[in-house]
Design a protein around this ligand. Sequence first.
Ligand code: GLN
Length: 295
Amino acid sequence: MKKKLIAGILAAGMALGLAACGGSASGSSSEASSSAASGSTAASTEGVSGAAASTSASSTVSAGDMKLVEPGKLHMATNASFPPYESTTDDGGFTGIDIDIATKIASDLGLELVVDDMDFSSVITSVQSGKSDIAMAGMTVNEERQKNLDFTESYANSIQSVIVSKDSDIKSIDDLKGKKIGCQEGTTGYIDASDTEENGGFGEENVTAYQDGATAVNALMQGKVDAVIIDNEPAKAYVAANDGLTILDTNYDEEEYAIGIAKDNKALYDAVNSEIKKLKEDGTIKGIIDKYIKE
Ligand code: GLN
């Protein structure tokens, strides 16, 4: 049930995106105006003409229209313990797919990227309250989050995977019923797994939220939980790093990642959404993902 709902939202978003692409010429100025039509649900009720007019004047989006936390900088709210999308480096820097994409977007807009590292559960509020400009954290688009931020087109697909110990009797999603499950707090893995059974979840009483994925996996290793539900790429990283764990062949859910921007920052939304479209079309995003994820 949950799955269908999310798939429906994504399908609607993609249909809008496609419609906008179909109507636009290849120049970036028309891309900017079509993105105003394709964007959030808020855009459609606002009416397209005003928003389109404000961004279509030049091919490079003028930084003057955008609200930024700091002039000349693009602050990205993230949780840098989500490899290969974002993690810290030994020299105190940041690396990953999201970091590379955001660096490219910032430089195309004439801005310098600043990474604001925080708990995943603070990322949305940081953007909503104007402390960061964009939320980019392997963040899955869902209905609830769309009430708080406007999301760009998606730039990556993900799945929720189930990690169990190799000798576990859990072999399928159905086997999870009544078992103890660990997740990372605030994530879609937690939100969906802790939902009621009618909604495709396993009941709040059976799901524990840990501060991060690593702590959830430690709980699994210590036998405090029977399974961990988490995004597939970090799941692969945890299984590779810890003997005795495996990922179930069946996935719990399918999701898409996008960038979230404050609802009152339409000019920044249009600029970043146009960038995402461009970087998808010209293969830049695929190149970055392929660099970090080797099949
Ligand atoms: N994709 C998941 C979510 O949006 C997890 C993201 C994360 O932990 N960084 O909830």
